[in-house]
Design a protein around this ligand. Sequence first.
Ligand code: PYC
Length: 322
Amino acid sequence: MSVQSHFSIDVVDSHTGGEPTRVIIAGGPDLGSGSMADRLQRFRTQHDQFRSAVICEPRGSDVWVGAMLCTPVNPESAAGVLFFNNVGYLGMCGHGTIGVAVTLARQGLIAPGAHRLETPVGDISFVLHNNHRVSLDNVSSYRYRKSVCVEVPGIGSVTGDVAWGGNWFFLIGDHGLPLEADQAGHLTDYCWRVRQALKQQGICGEDGTEIDHIELFGPPSDPRKADSKNFVLCPGKAYDRSPCGTGTSAKLACLYADGLLDEGQTWRQESIIGSVFEGKVRKDEDAPDGRPRIIPTITGSAYVCAESRLIMDPEDSFAYGI
Ligand code: PYC
């Protein structure tokens, strides 16, 4: 396992609307060449202990998302990136992209303007407006299934939409729960039961992939500042402190499919802790099927909060995470 030869890892930590991102600046494993999907496969199969060392306790916690910077295939891209968390890997991460953009700027690697980032689920473009504010054009997003009913033990019948925004989401509007931060434990329990029921009943994404993000919606805290509030449970059972870039993209795809959001109209998505992303859509003219697909633009702000060196001591029995 290559991590044993890496005794220190340089990282830059940021948060986007409260959700942390840890960008690996130096000390990561050699993932070779090829597309980000190829490199992700090598990361997953040969270096998974590096992921847990960086993200899990005692250096991190369940809430962190890691971002491994890679040399891009196209030299004109700002970087390639692989996102990971406490239990595995993410195809794409919206809050993480905003964190990566702000981190690249702080490192002096990019200036304000338009840039491209290569991810395992496709290239995305982003605009760095200033040291903190970023707009990203996410991958093509769409609603796969509307009003899917799942029987959830201990809860009953739950109805939601299945949508893709760079990750697979089950979006629930009619849950009857107050979306308040002090209810996070209860909301987590609800979403976790839904996720397990979806899996047990074989309800999955279009390609057969497990739906690993559950998203609840409710009214915003202040309708002057946002259009909706959400609670997003991530694959490793941590909830997203931000409004979730890929989750907001999935929501925009559903709104667009229902004729509730026009191209260019702004949707303000509030998170469970009150941070807000702005979202807009444009029709994806290159959509491969008849389904309405959109390119979501998500705007948010990130702040760098630490530049650190993680120490990997081979004598530490928890060097690779708990
Ligand atoms: O912002 O897309 C996102 C995201 C996914 C998981 C955590 N954040």
